[in-house]
Design a protein around this ligand. Sequence first.
Ligand code: NAP
Ligand code: ZN
Ligand code: ZN
Length: 368
Amino acid sequence: MSSSDYKFEGWLGLDPSAAQGKMQWGEYEPKPWEETDVDIKITHCGICGSDLHTLRSGWGPTNYPCCVGHEIVGTVVRVGSKAEGGLKVGDRVGVGAQSDSCLGRKGGDCEACASGMENYCQKLHVGTYNGVYLNGGKSYGGYALYHRAPSHFVVKIPDALSSAEAAPMLCGGVTTYTPLKHHGVGPGKTVGIIGLGGLGHFGVMWAKALKADKVVVISRTSAKKEDALKMGADDFIATGEEADWAKKHASTLDVIVCTVSSSSMPLMQYLSLLRFDGTFVQVGAPEDGLPTIQQFPLIFKRLNITGSVIGSPSDIREMLQLAVDQKVKPWIEEIPMKDANRAIMDMDAGKPRYRYVLYNEKPGVSRL
Ligand code: NAP
Ligand code: ZN
Ligand code: ZN
């Protein structure tokens, strides 16, 4: 298949109203081809909370037109002569939220990339959408028929995982996997996951797969309690329904991963759940910042407050293998690509249980 056999078409946000279900289907110009690139015929793309923040310019002005979606799985249809990883036409592959870094670039090789942490590249972190590559091309995401990506950020999907299951792991999955791993979650550790959404539900399952002693879900209501326990959680706190929840569970957790993206979250109460020397990892990204932090709990418990961004391609490969080995199955709902506008509105309303995955029924044919 030559590059002229397919067009790049997808759901485009044209202004902030796109986040209210007003994306429009249209054609766009992918990044100018480089021999390190691959083209992918998209079969599946998960819907991440970041897609909504970006569509509505919540983190700053978005570079419209913007096609979001960075949990992409599909089939390789074109491979550059300098592509990495032995990729071949026909391979089933995925792309997460990052699709370029300074690695291998002239003047590149920052400390982070040099140590295999491309996700922390301090020189060139190109997002899979709403980004600009070094060659000037824009990045367009996966609510689309085709995707072009630098091969370094394209990973093969293990045969044991279905494409629909693998897709949400590529951002939602790895974003919770990497902090759990980095902060030593395993036997002997108690873990809290705040917010049982797309990211949070992965957090619970990874913490169990990593053999944490105890995993506690901290959610606003008890509506998701039964699901959380089925995912493997050992305990559940409904902050909106239990008086004194923070006192009752004070100083019980070693590591917390917080997926909440609201500036009005009860942050100090969340922090009180940590033991002395405990670690709070913020991964949710509120559009208007975090609540104020009082100093004394930090001082007297030597608490660590930190953040974490997605994962490197090697983190993604490692996580996919953990999913295979430990039979981790995401809770997904599959939605046809044509219904993407409805899906993002339902996502905004908190309806997914627990991740929506868009699919192209007959890849290569417009759904309209
Ligand atoms: P999601 O599926 O909507 O999950 C977010 C969860 O947060 C909800 O399910 C809800 O859980 C909880 N929540 C929502 N509003 C809340 C509020 N006002 N107070 C307390 N809890 C609230 O979204 P997601 O896809 O998991 O993404 C979550 C956040 O992570 C987004 O901001 C996204 O941009 C960010 N993100 C960051 C990275 C990174 O690398 N750091 C990567 C991907 C995504 P309950 O119903 O259980 O309360
Ligand atoms: Zn994401
Ligand atoms: Zn770098």
